[in-house]
Design a protein around this ligand. Structure first.
Ligand SMILES: Nc1nc2c(c(=O)[nH]1)N[C@H]1C(S)=C(S)[C@@H](COP(=O)(O)O)O[C@H]1N2
Ligand SMILES: [Mo]
Length: 212
């Protein structure tokens, strides 16, 4: 529709002026759905979340237990490698840094990378420094509502930019695994699903690191 066309363009121009539109990206007001493969069912009675690898005590939580972890909110600009960007998206969930700070996750000094493990064997790799930063969250809610199945219910990794935080490394949105089931901390980096398929290993949106 003409009105939404102009609305989109006007908003994109504002964002561009604020220096928040990375090279080669365009603003969308929609929320596209992208993944390889089907959308899994969520059964709270069998769902588990596992933490293992370079940690002092590996553990596994049920959905009930995960739901009791401390929660926090983040507002992120998300940038998909296919060129859409969505601004000021609101997420709520569990911060990995909070879990480390509170001793729920006890990292070994050898922990340098994190692999998100999702349903159907999907993986995404990031440096520990990015997963521990303010712009990474394990989200259960989007825009005030529990995640819909197609966006990763009940839990997904999200990573994006925070307005006026040029100190943060900002990877493309594929580095957030939908239907997240665990975190593996590793000493050496290991490419995830899309990284093995040809995407860039770091995926810095400001450097336009799309393909490896
Ligand atoms: N489990 C899983 N998570 C995934 C993917 C996938 O294929 N499987 N694709 C990634 C990609 S390429 C993108 S752009 C985002 C899309 O998230 P959305 O569908 O909520 O927009 O999910 C990411 N997380
Ligand atoms: Mo993507």
């Amino acid at each position: 529709m003409a009105s939404s066309f102009f609305e989109r363009k006007k908003r994109e121009d504002e964002i561009k002026r604020e220096g928040r539109l990375p090279p080669g990206q365009s603003l969308t007001l929609k929320f596209p759905v992208l993944q390889y493969g089907p959308i899994p069912d969520f059964d709270p009675s069998t769902w588990t979340f596992e933490v293992w690898g370079e940690v002092e005590k590996p553990f596994k939580l049920t959905w009930d237990e995960f739901s009791q972890l401390p929660r926090t909110k983040r507002v992120l600009d998300i940038h998909c490698v296919t060129s859409w960007s969505k601004f000021d998206t609101e997420w709520e969930g569990v911060s990995v840094r909070d879990l480390v700070d509170s001793g729920v996750i006890q990292l070994k000094p050898s922990a340098k990378y994190v692999i998100q493990h999702a349903e159907f064997g999907f993986t995404a790799n990031l440096p520990l420094s990015v997963v521990m930063a303010d712009n990474f969250l394990m989200a259960t809610h989007y825009d005030g509502q529990p995640l819909p199945p197609e966006h990763g219910a009940p839990l997904r990794g999200v990573v994006g930019a925070i307005k006026d935080r040029s100190d943060l490394m900002v990877p493309y949105f594929w580095k957030g695994a939908k239907w997240l089931r665990g975190l593996q901390f590793t000493a050496v980096d290991r490419r995830g699903f899309w990284e093995q398929a040809g995407y860039h290993n770091e995926g810095d949106v400001w450097k336009e690191e799309r393909y490896g």
